[in-house]
Design a protein around this ligand. Structure first.
Ligand code: FES
Length: 353
């Protein structure tokens, strides 16, 4: 942070023009009685736009106008680098952004031109007194680097050629339009759009489509971790010998050691009262897995909540390419919570366990 002091040579006096004084009265009226000091920055900005820089008499005039001690206004003027504390060029004071993105995109060359065409050092007046320049920190338009600011305008996407043209324009009183100097529209891609060009992204036709994604389709089945083998259960209660659908049984047998049917949990022919629970509320269960569970005879959270680990193993071996999900996603614990009536507020981010 640089030391900011008032210029050693100061004018005798300062007075707002009639027009600026009238404008400032309106600004001051925006604040409650006794809070006129809140207008200190606008008042200093008006003083700077009138004279080009902030002098000691200007600070004293603002302090008097706002009923503030001089030192309070001086503190503001010396704190904010937007206020120039020494005389600047009559036609323009050029602020060159010298922060990394602008440096990488040619700010060095812009600064060289300032040194060669305007003045050797920052804040120094050009020989004719028309120009001065300084290097500033990020001007907030990095995507259009390199950037210079003149008054309230920014000139962006500069090259040596376009920056020289800007100086020529300011000299002749006919500067180019502010903004990108390479023809692009604001910060839109140069040469046209290259991404997100699918019109259907904007016509509303895909809104909410992501919900159609089936979780189990997001990752290949092979990505599912191999479940740790649960400890053997000494005395599992035999369940009803309900036949397993042929296709499902074939899948289970192909997956390795078969869990005996004595560990088959109680399964249903149909949902109780013809109303199945929404098993997709179990994190990790999508429409396909729910359909498979229905085929097996699983329709309700309380069914799963009542399973033993061996029951879960029996079911798991009939889940085909989804094997491992039941253990990984803790179906018994999830279903125990869902069976109490708990529901996720957001299915994608609010898991039962
Ligand atoms: S770095 Fe220059 S505008 Fe941000």
């Amino acid at each position: 942070m640089s030391v900011r002091r008032l210029h050693p040579e100061q004018p005798e006096s300062f007075a707002f023009t009639e027009e600026n004084a009238a404008y400032l009265q309106k600004v001051i009226a925006r604040y409650p009685e006794g809070r006129q000091a809140s207008a200190v920055i606008p008042a200093l900005m008006v003083a700077q736009s009138q004279e080009g820089w902030i002098s000691r008499p200007a600070i004293e005039t603002v302090a008097k106008l706002l009923d503030m001690p001089d030192i309070r206004v001086l503190e503001v003027a010396t704190f904010y680098t937007q206020f120039q504390l020494s005389p600047v060029g009559r036609k323009a004071h050029i602020q060159v952004c010298g922060t990394t993105p602008c440096r990488l995109r040619g700010a060095e060359e812009i600064i060289s031109i300032c040194k060669n065409r305007l003045a050797a050092h920052p804040f120094e007046l050009s020989a004719d007194g028309d120009f001065s320049w300084e290097e500033v920190e990020c001007s907030g338009a990095c995507v259009n680097a390199p950037v210079v600011t003149v008054g309230q305008d920014t000139y962006e996407d500069l090259t040596a050629e376009t920056f020289n043209a800007l100086i020529d324009g300011l000299t002749s009183g006919n500067p180019p339009a502010p903004g990108p100097q390479n023809g692009r529209f604001f910060s839109a891609p140069q040469g046209g759009d290259t991404a997100l060009t699918d019109g259907s992204l904007y016509d509303g036709s895909v809104v909410g489509k992501y919900r159609a994604f089936d979780r189990e389709e997001l990752a290949p089945p092979s990505a599912a971790p191999t479940p740790a083998a649960p400890p053997p259960v000494a005395a599992a209660k035999p369940a009803d010998e309900k036949p397993v659908p042929k296709a499902v049984e074939a899948q289970g047998q192909a997956d390795g050691e078969k869990v005996p049917d004595q560990h088959k949990p109680e399964l249903l022919d149909a949902a109780r009262e013809d109303k199945a629970d929404d098993l997709k509320l179990i994190y990790g269960v999508g429409p396909k897995l729910e359909e498979l569970l229905h085929k097996l005879g699983v329709y309700h959270f309380d069914q799963i909540a009542g399973w033993s680990e061996m029951n879960l193993r029996w079911i798991d071996q009939h889940l085909g390419s989804f094997r491992g999900r039941a253990f990984r996603d803790k179906w018994i614990e999830q279903s125990s919570k869902l069976a109490t009536g708990w529901r996720p507020s957001n299915k994608d981010g609010d898991k039962p366990v």
